[in-house]
Design a protein around this ligand. Structure first.
Ligand code: CMC
Length: 376
């Protein structure tokens, strides 16, 4: 018999079609519904990109106003969600807070846990709006309760990005910071069949429900090989301390066969298409906060890594220090990724639903051959 063609990690496997985004490693580009992500990041508010991912087109002025109004209705921290989060210890990882909160939100919104109806993907998009709208309150409270602080009520006069910063820090956010944060959210919103999105699609393919798909995706995103890398980058920076120590730290890490988080990518092998835009946002924050020391460390580690391994940074590399400069706790970085990627996840759930095939691959068995249970 011929050996089965096993692709570990589904490496190189084309599992389905998608019209949500196109990742092209050859041209180092990323398109959301046909638009280059760097152009969206430079010109659009995050809300408009959410609409684009869900509906395939940028919103008209009226559609954007409607989405903004709907989002404001669900911005406040839900009492039941807050109580559930408070059941967790204050030193719980904020990703665990977020996973718990999303589960409670699903339970609160009975329609949101109804089984997916193959004939009605638009119902998924209707549930996506309150989900995406509620996440900033969850993520910001996850950070604040760690610091022993109360939740900050949302502000209706602020857009999604500015309001998220407001609810985190309770201070009027600076325009440079809002712009950098908005860019990061757009860059994090979608990336084809990455591990968490694929997880959401696997769950959707069984015709489960939107909240279950999103909760499962949060679990996949938490890991350091995926979303957890932005947090891990900052832990590495803290270990290294300053630019002059970067090369020696890297040599030790590589000698110990450690993965250096924020570098490498399954699809991009010559650099991540999102990095230049996020690096631009990081540069503006470095200037704003006068933190050239951090930029020097960033450059030193990157050049040492590229020189030694020929492996380039991924989006998490500039995003980690950018969130750090904005004042977020390191453990809150991956929850911010959730607040953005929930738009992509839900767009993919609706797409899976509109042309569903149960995702159920095969495995090549390598265990015992058939044998008899020993007689007592
Ligand atoms: N540090 C050290 N070595 C690396 C790294 C890294 N960050 N990335 C790749 N390599 C090496 C790896 O050790 C292997 O070497 P060898 O062939 O000698 O064993 C080779 O490069 C191929 O790596 P791989 O892990 O087999 O390739 P993959 O396609 O499975 O890896 C990856 C993709 C993202 C899991 C990996 O690059 C990695 O672990 N990076 C660090 C985690 C990270 O930054 N993740 C974020 C990904 S992008 C944004 C997101 O999803 O959040």
């Amino acid at each position: 018999p011929t050996e089965p063609d096993v692709r570990r990690g589904l490496n190189g496997v084309v599992a389905d079609t998608t019209a949500v985004s196109k990742v092209d490693p050859e041209s180092n580009s990323l398109l959301y519904r046909g638009y280059p992500v760097q152009d969206l990041a430079a010109t659009q508010p995050f809300e408009a990109v959410a609409h684009l991912l869900w509906h395939g087109e940028l919103p008209t002025a009226d559609e954007l106003a409607d989405l903004r109004a709907a989002e404001r209705e669900h911005r406040a921290l839900d009492d039941a969600v807050r109580s559930a989060m408070d059941l967790l210890p204050t030193d719980a990882h904020p990703m665990d807070d977020v996973r718990t909160a999303l589960s409670v939100l699903g339970g609160r919104d009975a329609a949101g846990t109804e089984l997916l109806d193959l004939a009605d993907p638009t119902a998924t998009l209707q549930h996506a709006v309150p989900l995406y709208a509620a996440l900033p309150a969850v993520v910001t409270y996850a950070q604040r309760r760690r610091r022993g602080l109360d939740a900050v009520p949302p502000r209706d006069d602020l857009d999604h990005a500015a309001n998220t910063l407001w609810m985190t820090f309770g201070e009027e956010p600076d325009a440079t910071v809002v712009d950098a944060f908005n860019r990061s959210m757009i860059l994090y919103a979608e990336h084809s069949f990455n591990a968490s999105t694929f997880t959401a699609r696997v769950v959707a393919s069984t015709l489960s429900d939107v909240h279950s798909a999103v909760v499962a995706a949060v679990g996949a995103l938490k890991g350091p090989l995926h979303g957890g890398a932005n947090e891990a980058v900052m832990h590495a920076f803290a270990e290294i301390g300053s630019a002059d120590r970067a090369a020696a730290w890297l040599d030790e890490a590589l000698a110990a066969k450690r993965k250096v988080m924020g570098f490498g990518h399954r699809v991009y092998k010559r650099g991540d298409s999102r990095v230049p835009t996020m690096k631009g946002a990081l540069d503006s924050l470095v200037a704003h906060y006068d933190r050239q020391d951090l930029a020097d460390l960033y450059d030193a580690l990157e050049s040492a890594f590229v020189e030694r391994k020929g492996i380039y940074p991924n989006l998490d590399y500039p995003a980690g220090p950018a969130y750090h400069l904005m004042g977020f706790d390191t453990e809150t970085f991956t929850p911010l990724f959730v607040a953005a990627r929930v738009t992509g996840w839900t767009a993919h759930v609706a797409e899976q639903q509109s042309s569903n095939a149960l995702i159920r691959p095969l495995s090549a068995y390598v265990g015992h051959e058939r044998r008899e249970i020993p007689q007592p």
